[in-house]
Write a protein that binds this ligand. Structure first.
Ligand code: CA2
Length: 169
């Protein structure tokens, strides 16, 4: 589907949960030195390399994140989400993400499995196509690459199917 250059709809919605606005200011040994703005810029640059646009957001409010996820259905092609602390508590986010029927990549800066036990389980993972954790800010870039790869493969498949159909007629 062609998208006008100035479309208000972006290809990928990148959502960040509570306290991620504090990145770069505390606990750099766990979360790295990048601020969320640094990560937003790097993610947009990587997306651009694949011809994708991103809408990068952060909220400390579960309901706001749920609303953004609901609105994503039918408007974006995929979601990258670092749900922050809501990963470990939010059935509401899980339900909203499942409802979108979009590819979802869950990202965590830290390796949640090497940390406290309560961080080992993420409700959101049940709705995720893939999960990346422990790779710091690079995880966001890899998530965008994963989505670009999925769409690239799907387009290739579509192209090959169309070609073989043409060959048969
Ligand atoms: O590793 C991640 O990306 C997390 O999603 C980050 C969440 C944490 O609750 C998850 O278990 C794992 C916390 C984000 C809070 O970030 C801060 C950054 C600097 C200072 C204080 C909090």
């Amino acid at each position: 589907m062609a998208k006008p250059a100035n479309s208000r709809f972006k290809d990928v919605l990148v959502l960040n949960g509570p306290n991620l606005n504090l990145l770069g200011r505390r606990e750099p040994e766990i979360y790295g030195r990048d601020t969320l703005d640094d990560i937003a810029r790097a993610t947009a640059a990587r997306a651009k390399e694949f011809g994708l646009s991103i809408d990068f957001r952060q909220s400390n409010h579960e309901g706001e994140l749920v609303t953004w996820v609901q609105e994503a259905r039918g408007t974006v092609k995929g979601i990258v989400i670092n749900p922050g602390g809501f990963s470990h508590t939010s059935v509401a986010l899980l339900d909203a993400l499942s409802f979108t029927e979009l590819p979802v990549i869950e990202v965590h800066l830290s390796n949640i499995h090497r940390r406290e036990r309560f961080r080992h389980h993420s409700y959101v993972s049940a709705a995720a196509t893939g999960v990346i954790c422990g790779l710091g800010a690079q995880g966001y870039l890899l998530a965008v690459e994963a989505l670009a790869g999925m769409w690239g493969a799907a387009l290739l498949k579509k192209g090959a199917a169309a070609k073989s159909k043409k060959g048969r007629s």
